[in-house]
Design a protein around this ligand. Structure first.
Ligand code: NAP
Length: 327
């Protein structure tokens, strides 16, 4: 099979398409023929050795995909060959075939195509867990989403609206802000250029925002925390900006507000029953059309590195997907 391989830590250009032997399913595992693999920011961090964990090299990146089960190992009851599934793989999905633990597979609903399925779980799962499980976002509250035209950002806009919040979306270009509006944002701001705090004060009649969804980090984090309302919740999702901000602790005291960490991958492993319940709601909302994953571009496997480069260059609108099997 063909796979996109990382042999040395570095930028996406260092990835190479290689022939590898097909994976063989061991006990409790399944081999999935990858039809589409979602591209996520952590994939771009992992190949540069900038992620929380350091995997061994050589490495095939790709943390989620949708495809068809080709074979299963001993003891696997959950799926069978021929089943359409979404796989949370951690790595390995930028390939024609990937091995996954059977419990990391979710049935792909019959009415959901592979490309949509591959772009759904990580982004929407993270946003749903953050906004419900961590921030307890309430109907009528104001939600600020930073990096709002990105993968988890657009998902947070849609989930915020589904939960009945008023959503303010921060994105860096007019094209990105238009996309945020199309996906339900009530207000849009250029959080990079604008003075964030006065802009948010004006949009909230001086009250501040109840919940901040922050996958960006860098200087906008402190400005957003300073814009929290009384009892606000600032969700630490990630640091796409590259800078992990250091924050004055007194800001939380003055606002009676909370800084809340979100680690969806660990949540899925640690609280599988809660995640299974989240999944039911997410698929229901997808079927109802309340969630509309936006896949801006598809890349064949041999151009997969370009997808990671586009993400790092801040060019992606919504999700990018690699399609080892032409859809
Ligand atoms: N905590 C968790 O469990 C969890 C789960 C999934 C992802 N994440 C994290 O969430 C973040 C976003 O992931 P994603 O897949 O949604 O990525 P994405 O689609 O690339 O979106 C990231 C957004 O960040 C903004 N950004 C600001 N400075 C940037 C820079 N220097 N380079 C790139 N983007 C920059 C961009 O929006 P503008 O151009 O509008 O500023 C971009 O749209 C990442 O840090 C990722 O690791 C965390």
């Amino acid at each position: 099979m063909k796979a996109l391989v990382c042999r040395t830590w570095g930028p996406p250009e260092t990835l190479a398409l290689e022939d590898r032997s097909d994976p063989v399913a061991g006990p409790g595992q399944a081999v999935v023929r990858v039809h589409a693999a979602g591209v996520n920011f952590p994939d771009a961090l992992i190949i540069q050795n900038k992620y929380q964990v350091t995997p061994e090299l050589p490495l095939v990146p790709g943390s989620e995909c949708a495809g068809v089960v080709e074979s299963v190992g001993e003891g696997v009851q959950r799926v069978k060959p021929g089943d359409r599934v979404i796989a949370l793989t951690g790595s390995g999905a930028f390939a024609e075939k990937v091995m996954a633990a059977a419990e990391a597979l979710t049935a792909l609903p019959a009415d959901v195509d592979f490309v949509t399925g591959s772009a759904f779980l990580l982004a929407y799962g993270t946003a749903y867990h953050a906004l419900t499980g961590r921030a307890a976002l309430q109907q009528g509250e104001t939600l600020l989403v930073l990096g709002a035209a990105g993968g988890v950002g657009l998902a947070a806009i849609e989930i915020g609206k589904a939960l009945g919040a008023r959503v303010i979306a921060g994105a860096s270009s007019p094209e990105k802000r238009d996309l945020c509006r199309e996906h339900g944002a009530d207000e849009v701001i250029d959080y990079a250029a604008a003075e964030l705090k006065p802009a948010l004060a004006a949009l909230t009649s001086g009250k501040g925002v109840d919940v901040v969804f922050d996958p960006v980090g860098g200087p906008s984090t402190e400005a957003a925390l300073r814009s929290c309302a009384w009892r606000g919740r600032h969700l630490v999702i990630g640091f796409a900006n590259g800078e992990i901000p250091r924050l004055p602790a007194n800001l939380t005291l003055l606002k009676g507000c909370s800084l809340i960490g979100v680690f969806w991958g660990r949540y899925v492993r640690t609280e599988p029953a809660a995640w299974a319940s989240d999944l039911q709601t997410l698929f229901k909302w997808l079927r109802e059309g309340r969630l509309r994953p936006h896949v801006a571009e598809r890349y064949p496997l041999d151009r997969g590195a370009e997808a990671l480069a586009a993400l790092l260059a801040r060019k992606a609108l919504g999700k990018l997907v690699i399609t080892p099997v032409a859809p």
